[in-house]
Design a protein around this ligand. Structure first.
Ligand SMILES: Cc1cc2nc3c(=O)[nH]c(=O)nc-3n(C[C@H](O)[C@H](O)[C@H](O)COP(=O)(O)OP(=O)(O)OC[C@H]3O[C@@H](n4cnc5c(N)ncnc54)[C@H](O)[C@@H]3O)c2cc1C
Length: 302
């Protein structure tokens, strides 16, 4: 049960970025409400890697520890729920939740993350974050020396292949259609024995998310252990755009160097506003955004 209706800051999204912003603000005695719908993008990954002090920890355990630390600051409250709309008014913004509550706030921080769009490949979603992964820094060490596919084309495939090449020497790029590479890129693949397959993957055969075979449209069934995939994404929440926040060409919330969006009083941090997708970056950017919102409030009140 949330106490009160008026806040200095409402943070929408209470995973790593949102909680980190809340900590900076709570430590400055700001009256904060964090609203979180409990669907972080990494929820299917058994273990999170590459974040100091939490390497190999379960994603939900990191978030639970963060939440407990943040809620020690008595001016911060946490609401399990979905924010469904935001509206500008003369005192700042009104934020409404799915269960009908309406809160007033001076500033908003969106830490809402992004939603990965699963391709139309049977079994893909079941393996996402387990043996089908997006990031060599997060999962590459655990998948080292395995028979590995990369489901991507063009510059994204080149980028992934160059990183994964240091982790395993058995790489095939699945372009899911006509390959789109320059002669120079093809020469590099050749030099590193990286194979290219243009036939579309129709199914991933797996056991509890652990990939065993890639089944192609032509009926072939190939032994593989791991697949990197570049998938499209949407903003997890449409409230920033409804409030007038501009998006970048790539679909991220447009922010300046101080995490301010294109709408005064609204900030964004974490995955929703930058392509460096990691727990470490979410924590960093949330901490920075929290400090910037505190500075804006301080400048207005001092
Ligand atoms: C499969 C997978 C595995 C990964 N593994 C790793 C790893 O091993 N190591 C690593 O460093 N990084 C990893 N990452 C990246 C890392 O998980 C993200 O960078 C990080 O979770 C981003 O944090 P965030 O707070 O910005 O967003 P998220 O963690 O996605 O959280 C966003 C939160 O906002 C909430 N929300 C959204 N809209 C609303 C709304 N309208 N109202 C209320 N709440 C809302 C969501 O429910 C969610 O809780 C992985 C990512 C994926 C997809």
């Amino acid at each position: 049960m949330v106490k009160g209706k008026n806040f200095e800051v409402i943070i929408i999204g209470g995973s790593y970025a949102g909680l980190s912003a809340a900590m900076a603000l709570g430590r400055s005695l700001r009256k904060v409400l964090v609203i979180d719908s409990g669907l972080p993008c990494n929820r299917q990954t058994p273990h999170s890697h590459n974040f100091l002090t939490q390497d190999g920890e379960k994603p939900a355990a990191i978030a639970a520890k963060a939440r407990a630390e943040v809620l020690k600051y008595s001016t911060v409250q946490f609401l399990n729920g979905l924010a469904v709309s935001g509206e500008k008014n003369e005192s700042g913004f009104l934020v409404a939740t799915q269960d009908g509550a309406i809160f007033q706030t001076e500033k908003i921080i969106f830490a809402t993350g992004i939603h990965d769009v699963m391709p139309d490949v049977l079994g893909f979603a079941d393996c996402w974050g387990i043996s089908v992964v997006h990031c060599p820094y997060c999962h590459g060490f655990e998948l080292r020396d395995r028979k590995t596919g990369i489901m991507a084309n063009g510059p994204r495939a080149v980028h992934l292949a160059s990183l994964v090449n240091n982790l395993t020497k058995d790489i095939t790029i699945f372009t899911m259609g006509n390959a789109n590479f320059s002669a120079e890129e093809l020469a590099k693949f050749d030099k590193h024995n990286i194979k290219i397959v243009e036939t579309i993957i129709s199914e991933i055969e797996h056991e509890n998310g652990q990939l065993h075979h890639l089944v192609l449209n032509d009926g072939s069934r190939l032994d593989y252990d791991a697949l990197y995939a570049a998938v499209p994404f949407n903003q997890h929440s449409d409230i920033p755009v409804a409030l007038g926040c501009e998006l970048t060409e790539q679909g991220y919330i447009s922010i300046d160097n101080f995490y301010s969006t294109t709408v005064k009083g609204i900030y964004a941090c974490g995955d929703n506003s930058g392509m460096m997708r990691s727990v470490g970056n979410a924590v960093y950017s949330g901490n920075f955004a929290g400090a910037m919102v505190n500075k804006e409030l301080t400048d207005e009140q001092f």
